[in-house]
Design a protein around this ligand. Structure first.
Ligand code: IPE
Ligand code: IPE
Ligand code: MG
Length: 251
């Protein structure tokens, strides 16, 4: 553990990252698996498998260096438009990841959670998620949010509905609804907004990710495809974050 931490500290140091000024909440749009495979003449599924390896590395590194919340965009509400075989492959990889890695994550104190409407995921994925979430619920380390069947717009609509029904049944007063109250009803309720949103794969868009929460997040668009986004690339992104001056509208 100590040796591993020294190794990661060295990666951060080499890239000039100040370990006392790390973001609290890092959110990542893990994009580029398909292109990674296609460029090698391989089926897209290979890219997704490689992508899970990076997901494991980046999660491990985040937890070891002391990131408090890591949110990973794994499946969007729009990704249902993909061929059935690809969706099936992604769900299989999710189940495999949870089966293989929950124990290790648990040992590292990670709390596994989800963002999104998971009731529409296949039963096998829901079952495995429930086990992982239950097992790690009491932990005190990093919160790992897996955004699954997640869409920023549907999250906002769901939040509006929850608040409206609260108003109708009298548990919420109209005059008490403010930005704070509203964000409490999002999937991320109670968590700080992401300090930084990293998108790999070279595209410059949010693709319906954390629309409300990213209002003042620093955006980092990294060229490497997600299967090539290693610890060194992550350290570079953290350095870029630290070079930004956050102003929140002030001067
Ligand atoms: C991101 O990689 C993973 C998911 C959306 C699940 P893509 O599959 O979108 O890869 P590209 O963008 O086609 O290369
Ligand atoms: C965003 O990637 C969603 C995830 C990483 C899960 P997409 O590949 O689905 O986004 P678009 O289609 O390029 O906008
Ligand atoms: Mg993509």
């Amino acid at each position: 553990m100590k040796k591993e931490l020294n190794r990661l500290q060295a990666v951060l140091q080499k890239n000039g990252v100040d370990t006392t000024r790390l973001p609290v909440h890092v959110a990542i749009i893990m994009d580029g698996n398909g292109r990674w495979a296609e460029r090698r003449g391989l089926p897209r599924a290979y890219g997704h498998r490689k992508g899970v390896e990076r997901l494991c590395d980046i999660t491990r590194m985040s937890s070891d260096i002391g990131i408090k919340v890591l949110t990973l965009y794994a499946f969007s509400t729009e990704n249902w438009k993909r061929p059935f075989e690809e969706i099936d492959c992604l769900m299989d990889l999710l189940v495999e990841f949870l089966r293989k890695k929950t124990e290790e994550l648990h040992e590292n104190g990670v709390i596994i959670r989800t963002l999104g409407n998971c009731s529409q995921l296949p039963g096998r994925a829901q079952d495995e998620l429930e086990l992982s979430i239950d097992k790690t619920r009491q932990n005190t380390g990093m919160i790992l949010n897996l955004a699954l069947n997640y869409g920023g717009r549907s999250e906002i609509v769901a939040s509006v509905k929850k608040i409206c029904s609260g108003v109708m049944e009298g548990s919420i007063r109209l005059e008490d609804i403010d930005e704070m109250k509203f964000s409490d009803h999002l999937y991320t309720g109670g968590l700080p907004d992401p300090d930084v949103v990293i998108r790999t794969g070279g595209e410059y868009r949010l693709s319906n990710f954390l629309l409300y929460q990213a209002a003042y997040s620093e955006m980092i668009f990294a060229k490497p495809l997600w299967p090539d986004f290693d610890e060194n690339e992550y350290a570079k992104a953290l350095k870029e974050f630290q070079n930004r001056k956050r102003k929140y509208g002030a001067i």
